[in-house]
Ligand binder design. Sequence first.
Ligand SMILES: Cc1cc2nc3c(=O)[nH]c(=O)nc-3n(C[C@H](O)[C@H](O)[C@H](O)COP(=O)(O)OP(=O)(O)OC[C@H]3O[C@@H](n4cnc5c(N)ncnc54)[C@H](O)[C@@H]3O)c2cc1C
Ligand code: FES
Length: 251
Amino acid sequence: MKREFCKILSNYEVADAVYKMVIESKSISKEALPGQFLHIKPSQNYDPLLRRPISICDLEQDKGRITLLYRVCGKGTSLFSGIKPGDYLDIMGPLGKGFPIFENKRTSIIGGGIGVAPLLYLSKRLKKADIYLGFKDEVYMIEEFMSCSDDIYIYTENGSRGSKGYPMEALEKNISFYDVVYACGPRKMLSAIKRLCEKNQVECYLSMEERMGCGIGACLVCACQSSNIEEYKKVCSDGPVFNSKEVSLDD
Ligand SMILES: Cc1cc2nc3c(=O)[nH]c(=O)nc-3n(C[C@H](O)[C@H](O)[C@H](O)COP(=O)(O)OP(=O)(O)OC[C@H]3O[C@@H](n4cnc5c(N)ncnc54)[C@H](O)[C@@H]3O)c2cc1C
Ligand code: FES
């Protein structure tokens, strides 16, 4: 894990309140794996006090560039959206455990909304995974995903792009084709994917989200329920990617 002051190369809106930011990072980009995240200080002062976790969306190791995709939902991400090319951000990373890579298994990737963020670099690394993406109405980053796979299923809730409905519908039909499913998205979706995979004995890796403090396993702010009722897991250091059997998503 490194702490680096990274130069911002670009930062612009790709859909309503969704931004793509490209940063230059020589040292973090050398180590980063799909599914890991960066812990970013939103301002140069202490308001807000805590760093914000954002997934590594894409990585060009040869150029030392990392792409982030984030949705503006509060103070920290709103400050990110105002950052200009040439500015610098105080970044810790790469943090957490990423997705295990199974190049020779039949794999599929499913993402919902801003949950597509950690899945692009994974898609590039897996090369042959089938990809299922779901959005409310506006879609984003789909050209980038299309360049990673010939089998891509796009869904929007209102049918404005791709099929109308949810990507789970297609995954449910095709589940018997896969050895491994990778997922990131709303908790309800992850819970349904966990049930589907466990019922069909398909290995499943979920990227989980919890509010974070330190980001390095020291404060317990990010604790989530383990599948063993007497234990918890730390999303920042035991995850954010977990085998579905390790965690409980029952509310
Ligand atoms: C490992 C990890 C990776 C992430 N990757 C991305 C990413 O690639 N792109 C992206 O847009 N977001 C990502 N997030 C979520 C992102 O960190 C939060 O949206 C961000 O910290 C909110 O900060 P804020 O100051 O803008 O909002 P705040 O003012 O802190 O919160 C605004 C609202 O968002 C909710 N919220 C804040 N943090 C979280 C969280 N971690 N999980 C669920 N709800 C939360 C709050 O309860 C509140 O309702 C990730 C979170 C984790 C834990
Ligand atoms: S955020 Fe501090 S232990 Fe995970």
